[in-house]
Write a protein that binds this ligand. Sequence first.
Ligand code: GLN
Length: 493
Amino acid sequence: MNELLKKSAAEQSKALRNKEVSAVELTNATINKIKEIDEKLGAFNSLTEETALETAKKVDEKIAKGEELPLLAGIPLALKDNMNLIGSKTTASSKILENFVSPYNATVTQKLLNNLVPIVGKTNLDEFAMGSSNENSAFKKVHNPWNLNKVPGGSSGGSAASVAACEATLALGSDTGGSIRLPASFCGIVGMKPTYGKVSRYGLIAFASSLDQIGPFSRTVEDAANLLEVISGYDSHDSTSLNLPVEHYSQSLNNDIKGMKIGVVKELMGEGVSPCVQKAIENAIETYKKLGAEIVEVSLPKIKYSIGIYYILATAECSSNLARFDGVRYGHRTANPENLLDMYCKSRAEGFGDEVKRRIMLGTYALSSGYYDAYYKKAQQMRRLVTDEFVEAFKNVDALIGPTCPNTAFDLGSRAEDPLAMYLTDIATISSNLAGIPAISVPAGFDVDGMPIGLQIMAPQLAEAKLFNIAYRFEQANDFYKSLAPDLCACCK
Ligand code: GLN
């Protein structure tokens, strides 16, 4: 059974359909694995065993009746703990929401349930998805399954670690500035952020609404493509949702990429990039040449401003989004306040962690009168220029590539006291959120210490099919995705 847990969703689906294993057995094995090893990883905030088994039973009933199974039916999935699942806690890894129980399902959750995907638990994250290492969780740290002394990346660190450690076959994360792709790269798996508007955010706890997107984690590109198919589509509950037909990405995964033009982003290579990462990306370039693609260098000079732009816009938006957590409408309320204002102040002071407070203060400042024009408005204008630069670049190339992060996973604690160093981790991922374009991180090798490296591929808005195609051809031309994190068992340290 442990071997089956290491297989892709596509392979597990086959085993289910061939009746080699039942969905209940697969779900139970997954939950038992979490129970066995998660104390070491810290990937899960809570388990949703009952819901998962209920769904798995329905899958087995369908199989017994010989009925057609929906895509990904019976495949165990982990849900980032900032998405609602009725009856389960949705904490956003924050003390302020420690006891918040979802009163309704997020649209993505409902879509998963409709497809009979067993949701096994809620995964740990940086508080309110703010962070790059998962060290900002109010509850516990997540450890990287490749080396327990290293961070898994953030903010969807629990989702990434759970898939890398085979505690789940699939997971969902949210990506505001790289929170799916960065942890995917640090944990040696696939993570993808769709075009802004592809996936409904209804029922996702908002961080920065003009940037947030939900996306898939998996161990193969094919699985990510199928999971995106399941969760995407128009939703009238999210005003930014795009009214476009759902695509079947798996059909074009294996298309020939001969003659495609792939741009290497000059500013994301060279200086500041660790030698191992640089080498891995150069190898990826060679792979693409062998596959018949034409490689060109593309310069995106404004990309260097993206960290500054992002940390003004994201903090501004979060200061407004998080105003609702006031101890009245949602969340923790302080005991014995002196008056209303005291109640607001103490509830928020007790409920939010340091990073969240820092962001609320930065964002409030950027939006305040007198500073709005100098910071927020300027950042908006610069965001447009960065976006234009991408639009221009995509007139000449089919996709852009570079590292997902200039370095591999760092030691737990090594950047925790230096917010700026932490923010710089996002240099390669943030610009695709600013531009609203789809981007994916695919395993592309290992550094000298055996830590995974991610190749990032970016494509024009709504070019998901092409993005998956280009990613799949790279994946299949190499063996990196076949290496899994070392088995963690109850006895190992
Ligand atoms: N690391 C970035 C931040 O801290 C991105 C977070 C995210 O994508 N949710 O804001």
